[in-house]
Write a protein that binds this ligand. Structure first.
Ligand SMILES: [Zn+2]
Length: 434
């Protein structure tokens, strides 16, 4: 795949994936087009290591996905695995969200993950996620929704009303964040109409589903997102600016590498939800999803132990590029530069799973793919972030290396990456899968 096609595909992928649910749906559609067969965790699987061929994918909780291709005996050849995560920090709508203040309808929100909150102000926001409803036969069903148009905004307080804003404004998550959705219509002299968010959702659901038989909205997981689409920017088109680069960039890159591999190895891509809140959930990397899929593919403890011992995982999640305005936040010898290649992430306290052997493998893969490679180690006097690498390595015992493309503004509503780094990473992962 050429660079331009790759970057346009990445832009479309992120645009179509405002939530982990949509990211998984978008990936499943791409996998369907490439002949992958969906397996249902609740059904009997007929594949095993005795019948080692085929392309499959499995979804859990609509928000995590494992895709794999079997081409050789699993215990003897193991799996070449790539891991990433589908979730990003955001504002999630509360269960009883309606707030009416001065005739404005606002929605109460919880902060999901370690969001950088300042950039959420003065953005054109839309809403997307999963809604569960009761249909007219009494069954509970779920539907993904994406309002697409800008339906809300969190306006800043003007500087005239807070002269210290540039020096010391801080954000109260409870009171400063509820987005404004609309002006409430006046019903009569006494007051305004009552807002019912679930009624609004019911109309959207019934317009979305063919049967139109939703009777009542029971529950939902909805988050706000910025409607501004991703863009290649910079005087020389050096950068890609977008929401959710952490970590949809790695999901997309892993997926493209898998689709383009030469189908000689056993390969697997796992993209899980809830990394931003620690991965401890049924669908998260600390849950049973990967373990359960591998156990079903390799029947018997002996087989699975051999398979894992013969496997390697590349855990791909973005790294912090050295920011020119804040260069002292990095160790001078380990400050990754945007567009100078993917980053090998190392931490002796095992916040990253890389060791000298898996690191060497990654560096060698970069050499083979003719791609530059950089290293990141956090400043010794600062705390280190983490990712799914150590969790997956700890849960299933697979040799793992943590890597990722360098970015600025991680966890902002609009992050920045080098437009070449994603393509470099794609080439390395393709090399790995082959
Ligand atoms: Zn991440």
């Amino acid at each position: 795949m050429q660079d331009v096609e790759f970057i346009n595909g990445l832009i479309d992928f992120i645009k179509n994936s405002p939530t982990p649910f949509h990211a998984v749906e978008t990936m499943a559609k791409i996998l369907d087009r490439h002949g992958f067969v969906e397996l249902d965790e609740a059904e009997q699987w007929s594949i095993s290591d005795r019948q080692p061929e085929g392309r499959y994918y499995v979804i859990r909780n609509d928000s995590s996905i494992i895709a794999f291709q079997l081409n050789q005996s699993l215990p003897e050849n193991g799996m070449r695995m790539v891991g990433a995560h589908t979730d990003s920090p955001c504002l999630q709508v509360k269960p009883n969200p309606e707030i009416v203040n001065n005739n404005y309808l606002q929605l109460g929100v919880e902060v999901y993950g370690g969001a950088l909150l300042n950039p959420w102000f003065d953005r054109d926001l839309s809403l997307a996620g999963r809604v569960s409803y009761l249909d007219d036969s009494g069954a509970i069903d779920s539907q993904l929704i994406n309002m697409e148009k800008a339906v809300a905004i969190i306006p800043s307080l003007a500087i005239h009303l807070d002269r210290e804003a540039n020096e010391s404004r801080c954000i109260n998550k409870q009171t400063d964040l509820p987005p404004v959705l609309m002006k409430m219509p006046k019903t009569d002299a006494e007051g305004t109409a009552k807002a019912d968010f679930k009624e609004i959702l019911l109309k959207i659901i019934n317009a979305d589903i063919e049967t139109g038989d939703a009777v009542r909205v029971l529950d939902y997981e909805l988050s706000f997102y910025d409607v501004q689409p991703p863009a290649v920017i910079g005087l020389h088109d050096d950068f890609i600016a977008s929401a959710r680069l952490d970590n949809l960039l790695s999901c997309y890159t892993g997926l493209m590498a898998m689709l383009d591999d030469d189908r000689r190895q056993n390969t697997l891509l796992i993209c899980t939800d809830h990394e931003e809140v620690g991965s401890m959930s049924a669908a998260g990397a600390q849950g049973t999803f990967l373990k359960s899929v591998l156990e079903r593919l390799c029947q018997g403890d002996e087989n699975i132990s051999r398979m894992i011992a013969n496997s390697v995982m590349i855990s791909a999640d973005n790294a912090h590029g050295i920011h020119p305005n804040y260069a002292d936040k990095h160790d001078k010898n380990h400050g990754p530069i945007l567009n100078d290649g993917p980053v090998l992430k190392v931490n002796t306290n095992q916040r990253y799973a890389s060791n000298s052997q898996t690191g060497a493998l990654f560096k060698h893969l970069c050499e083979l793919a003719d791609v530059p490679v950089q290293s990141f180690v956090v400043r010794t006097d600062m705390a280190c972030g983490s990712t799914i690498g150590p969790i997956t390595a700890g849960e299933i015992g697979v040799k793992t290396v943590d890597v990722g493309v360098p970015t600025f503004a991680m966890h902002s509503i609009r992050e920045l990456a080098g437009r070449w780094d994603a393509y470099y990473l794609y080439r390395v992962l393709k090399q790995f899968f082959n």
